[in-house]
Design a protein around this ligand. Sequence first.
Ligand SMILES: Cc1cc2nc3c(=O)[nH]c(=O)nc-3n(C[C@H](O)[C@H](O)[C@H](O)COP(=O)(O)OP(=O)(O)OC[C@H]3O[C@@H](n4cnc5c(N)ncnc54)[C@H](O)[C@@H]3O)c2cc1C
Length: 264
Amino acid sequence: MYAFEYQRPATLADAVAALTRSEDARPLSGGMTLLPTLKQRLAQPSELVDLSGVPDLQGVREEDGALLIGAFTRHADVAAGETVRRRIPALARLAESIGDRQVRNRGTLGGSIANADPAADYPAAVVALNATVRTDRREIAGDDFFTGLFETALEPGELVVGVRFPVPDAAAYAKFRHPASRYALVGVFVARFGAEVRLAVTGAGPSVFRVPEMETALASDFRPEAIAGITVDADGLNGDIHAAPDYRAHLVTVMARRAVAACG
Ligand SMILES: Cc1cc2nc3c(=O)[nH]c(=O)nc-3n(C[C@H](O)[C@H](O)[C@H](O)COP(=O)(O)OP(=O)(O)OC[C@H]3O[C@@H](n4cnc5c(N)ncnc54)[C@H](O)[C@@H]3O)c2cc1C
């Protein structure tokens, strides 16, 4: 590990000030990804700004019929939160499926989406639920937030403050998980808002993506059978020791059908 300064501000304003003061200061959430990265000397920030002391970044609240979840809200709190379970149960179940108990008790929504791991679960929910990412500077539509492999629309020093999730009429997440890490080999989140259906896939490609052909088919017939014959092209999908691109392509249709079936 390289040497760095450590700060634990108590307010959002102080956190933002600390991040903008130094060019290579980095926010620290649960440290689930950042600390191993530092230990392996893959990053050399001059300052770590620990967000755990900022109450404004924590918790879930209802706002104009949507759920606003603070960036520092831990996966375990999203999974167990009464409001999330009542309003968007699929999101609570997604959080419950992340990693193991230790990871869920440390990892956070903001850290997960800022990290943009191609196999992370939250990106599928952010895109399928048409969520909006709030930062200290602006609002970013979920569709525009994830820009590539471990890449987001965030600018250097920009802080995720929370995510606003509209409440769907029906939603479900189906994941084919890696048996050890529980990351998604392929995960599909489907959400229905009136006549509109949104379906987002994580784990399969370098970044989360939607499948417009499935969305259109489901908008006129919201049953698993409606998408049984729709496949995605394996070209450009991830291939590694865990699953080849064509296997992941096959899993997209299987998981999409399961997600629709789980909507009841
Ligand atoms: C063993 C293991 C298993 C896992 N399994 C899964 C799984 O099944 N599914 C899944 O989705 N994830 C999984 N994860 C990832 C985990 O859930 C965390 O979400 C992820 O590691 C990010 O961790 P963190 O929230 O502690 O953020 P940190 O590690 O603290 O930060 C991650 C990155 O985001 C930046 N950052 C943090 N907060 C903010 C913010 N508010 N604004 C801007 N940038 C920010 C940091 O600077 C850093 O670059 C797993 C992780 C581990 C270690």
